[in-house]
Design a protein around this ligand. Structure first.
Ligand code: MG
Length: 247
């Protein structure tokens, strides 16, 4: 598989990413106490279709929805359901858009009402870990350099970084090579080149980093039931840095 995108392909992905970011922002605003995660999914899908784009996750590996909704101890890939969001929950919203044949992928974690200080810190550290990973990314660095940067920061902040799930390349496929782990050793892994498009997506936990399948058979939760947060961007690699496509 050719990992390198042409400038034209990157521009198409930036168009799709812009749609995705706009839709996710709207859905994020709707994530309040009293809403069900299924309502958020319906809204996300309707908004994507209104832009003339398609939901990238629907039907992907059998996933029947457009939006992944991962509440509290669910790390990623949670099924939307009739679960009613309540004050104190955190919910990961992970969405993909297919635009002119190319996918983009983005996730945020949202607090519902008031959350404890330490939960807020978990979310903030996850967001910052993503930011640091993006800052590190440019042609010539390796996936290990990015993972190492994220891991060292997260562990220094006292949180766990999930190892069994990782970021990925993206393009005509939702998941392409290379894998982009959120831990690792400097100079190891795949060397990034100009024109690669990847998703960086740190997944943090308040407790242990062991994962298990969620009851819906699709999502992943922390084994110890501790809270988990997730942020993700799709980025294009250039010689002097990375361009965030999902904004
Ligand atoms: Mg992803």
């Amino acid at each position: 598989m050719n990992l390198i995108k042409t400038p034209e392909e990157v521009n198409i992905m930036a168009e799709g990413g812009k749609i995705l970011a706009a839709v996710l922002k709207e859905v994020e605003k709707m994530a309040v106490a009293g809403m069900t995660t299924l309502q958020l999914d319906r809204a996300a899908e309707a908004l994507i279709l209104r832009y003339g784009a398609k939901p990238a996750f629907k039907g992907y590996q059998g996933f029947p929805y457009s939006l992944c909704t991962s509440v509290n101890e669910v790390i990623v890939h949670g099924f939307p359901s009739n679960y009613v969001l309540k004050n104190g929950d955190i919910v990961g919203l992970d969405l993909g858009v297919l635009w002119k044949g190319y996918n983009t992928d983005m996730a945020v974690t949202v607090a519902i009402g008031e959350i404890p200080f330490e939960t807020k810190r978990l979310m903030d550290v996850t967001k910052k870990a993503l930011k640091l990973g993006i800052k590190k990314a440019r042609a010539g660095v390796t996936t290990g350099d990015i993972g190492n940067t994220i891991q060292r920061y997260v562990e220094d902040q006292g949180f766990g970084i999930i190892r069994d799930l990782q970021g990925h390349g993206i393009g005509k496929g939702v998941h392409e090579e290379p894998g982009v782990p959120n831990y690792g050793q400097r100079h190891k892994g795949t060397k990034l080149e100009e024109g690669m498009v990847i998703c960086i997506e740190p997944m943090l936990t308040m407790g242990g980093i062991t994962i298990k399948k969620a009851k819906d058979g699709y999502g992943f939760t922390t084994r110890d039931g501790s809270l988990s947060a997730h942020f993700e961007h799709t980025i294009a690699i250039f010689k002097d840095g990375a361009r965030i496509l999902t904004q």
